[in-house]
Write a protein that binds this ligand. Structure first.
Ligand SMILES: C[S@@+](CC[C@H](N)C(=O)[O-])C[C@H]1O[C@@H](n2cnc3c(N)ncnc32)[C@H](O)[C@@H]1O
Length: 233
C-alpha cells in the first residue's frame, strides 16, 4: 500500500479528519478535476435509478450533498448521511429544503430495516473500512425491489487510456487539489486510495453476495469512473 494510506485501525479516523479539512474547497476541486463531469454522472445515475416522488432516498456518505441535492429534484424524501461534521456543514449550507442531514457511520446506519427505497453513494466506497459491511447495511435498510447506485473512480482497461489516466490521477490530481485547497497530502491520498477498490468481478460479487441482483456497471470518461446499479432482492 502506498505510504499515504493509513494503517487499517486508523483508517476511519484519518478519513473523517481529512474530509473535514478539505471540506471548504471540496466541491470546487471535484469540478475542476473532472471538468464538471462529476455532476453529470450523479444526475445520470439518479435518472437510471428512476427516482420518483414515491421514493425515500439515502445519499450515503453524502459529503457536501451533491447527490442529495439532485435526488431532491425528484422526491421530497431524502436523507443525506456522512460521518464528517464539516462536510455535513457544507451540505446544510446549501439549504436544500426538506433534506434530512444525519451525522453517522455508514457501518451502523441509524435507519430502520426496509425504511428506504433507493440509496446512492458517490466516491465513498474506497473510503470505507469494510465495503461488505456497508453493503450489508444497505441491504438491511433498502426494502426488497429498492435500488442502489454507486459512483466510484475506476481504471481504464485500454492500455493507452490507462497510461494517460495514471499520469493524470497520480500526478496532476494532487497538484490541482494541492493548489486549490493547500491540502496536498489529502490529494495524494485520493489517487492512492484507489488501491482499496476491489477488482471489478470481486466488487460486483460483493454486491450480489450482500443481497442485490441485476447488478450493472457503466463506465464514464473512458473508464476513469464507474457507475454501478443493483436491485435489492
Ligand atoms: C470522496 S467524499 C464523497 C462525498 C460525496 N458523496 C460526493 O459524491 O462528492 C467521501 C465521503 O465519504 C464519507 N465517509 C467515509 N467513510 C464514512 C463512513 N464510514 N460513514 C459515513 N461517511 C463516511 C467522508 O466523510 C466523505 O464525506
Amino acid at each position: 500500500m502506498p505510504d499515504v494510506l493509513p494503517p487499517p485501525e486508523e483508517k476511519a479516523r484519518t478519513v473523517r479528519q481529512m474530509f473535514d479539512r478539505i471540506a471548504p474547497g471540496y466541491d470546487r476541486v471535484n469540478r475542476v478535476m473532472t471538468g464538471r463531469r462529476d455532476q453529470a454522472w450523479r444526475r445520470e445515475l439518479v435518472r437510471r435509478l428512476r427516482v420518483s416522488d414515491a421514493d425515500r432516498v439515502l445519499d450515503l456518505a453524502c459529503g457536501t450533498g451533491d447527490f442529495a441535492e439532485i435526488a431532491r429534484e425528484f422526491t421530497p424524501h431524502v436523507v443525506g448521511l456522512d460521518f464528517a461534521r464539516v462536510m455535513l456543514q457544507g451540505a446544510r449550507r446549501r439549504k436544500i429544503e426538506g433534506v434530512e442531514w444525519v451525522q453517522a457511520d455508514a457501518l451502523r446506519l441509524p435507519l430502520r430495516d426496509g425504511s428506504m427505497t433507493v440509496a446512492v453513494s458517490g466516491f465513498a466506497l474506497r473510503n470505507f473500512t469494510s465495503i461488505p459491511a456497508v453493503l450489508a447495511e444497505l441491504a438491511r435498510v433498502i426494502r426488497p425491489g429498492g435500488r442502489i447506485g454507486l459512483l466510484e473512480v475506476d481504471r481504464p482497461r485500454n492500455p493507452i487510456f490507462r497510461a494517460g489516466h495514471t499520469v493524470y490521477f497520480n500526478r496532476v490530481v494532487p497538484l490541482i487539489g494541492g493548489a486549490l485547497s493547500s491540502e496536498r497530502q489529502a490529494y495524494r491520498y485520493l489517487p492512492a486510495s484507489a488501491a482499496y477498490m476491489p477488482a471489478e468481478a470481486e466488487l460486483l460479487g460483493m454486491i450480489r453476495e450482500a443481497g442485490f441482483e441485476r447488478v450493472r456497471k457503466q463506465s464514464h470518461m473512458l473508464g476513469a469512473a464507474q457507475a454501478i446499479t443493483a436491485v435489492r432482492a
